[in-house]
Design a binder for this molecule. Sequence first.
Ligand SMILES: [Zn+2]
Length: 286
Amino acid sequence: MKDYSDKSILAVMAHPDDETFAIGGTLAHYTSHGAVVNLICTTHGESGDVNPEYLENYSSIAELREAELKCAAQTLGIRQVIFLNYRDSGMPDTPSNQHPDALMNAPLEQVAEQIGVYIRQLRPNIIITHDPVGNYFHPDHIATHRATEKAFHLAADPSISLDGGLPACQPDGLYFYTMARKRMKWLLWLMPLLGMDPRKTGRNKDIDMERILNTEFPIHVEINFKPEDPIREEASRCHASQGGGHRTMSFYGRLRRRLAACTDAYMQAYPQPQNGRVRRDFFEKE
Ligand SMILES: [Zn+2]
């Protein structure tokens, strides 16, 4: 069995639930093999509607979602969860975009410096974040992607002094979580046959699969997390207010899971990829 006990990963994601629904399988895979995983969550995920029954014991949506994230993090074996305390910007063209505390309105430099300080403190081997289109054009995912990419370079530059006077840190790799387009193409073909609109998918019908498929990123690493899928499933139950834990048993739901095949795909942003070979492990040599 692989032993990653000398490795650490820092994941930088936008909302409570991205650590589970997006990369939960990957995180569970590495913590199960001994790696230290820390998480920066840039917002509290307070936009959108929540069924009032979930709010009974909480004073706000932000508090509920923070509690859900802590539950999921414990399940996934994440050591530390750090909140940057920006406000969820909501999907494009929603009123949440206008809020002065929304992440999308924060200066990129400021967010990058905050993340850069944590990179220097935690000194991870690798960093994971959203892809350049924020996986599905969510403004917070895009802002988190940009800030993390900038932070990666700030943290590594010894000429830049970040808060705390910590020495520079050059992690071994920077990876962007992305959706494997070849699998999505099957869904795009199938959805109209099932009476579904590919331009309005997801829980809030705000994910446009056609638009996503007009973009594409190379895949350099694919992580298979089949043995850890039950852990990811358990973590998803922590996010009950976001529909977690309800496996849809419809034909579409089952097909989507089968196509996903317990695999997370990543683009390698650093170092420059040497060849087109897809690796099965971040720590496998190119
Ligand atoms: Zn998100």
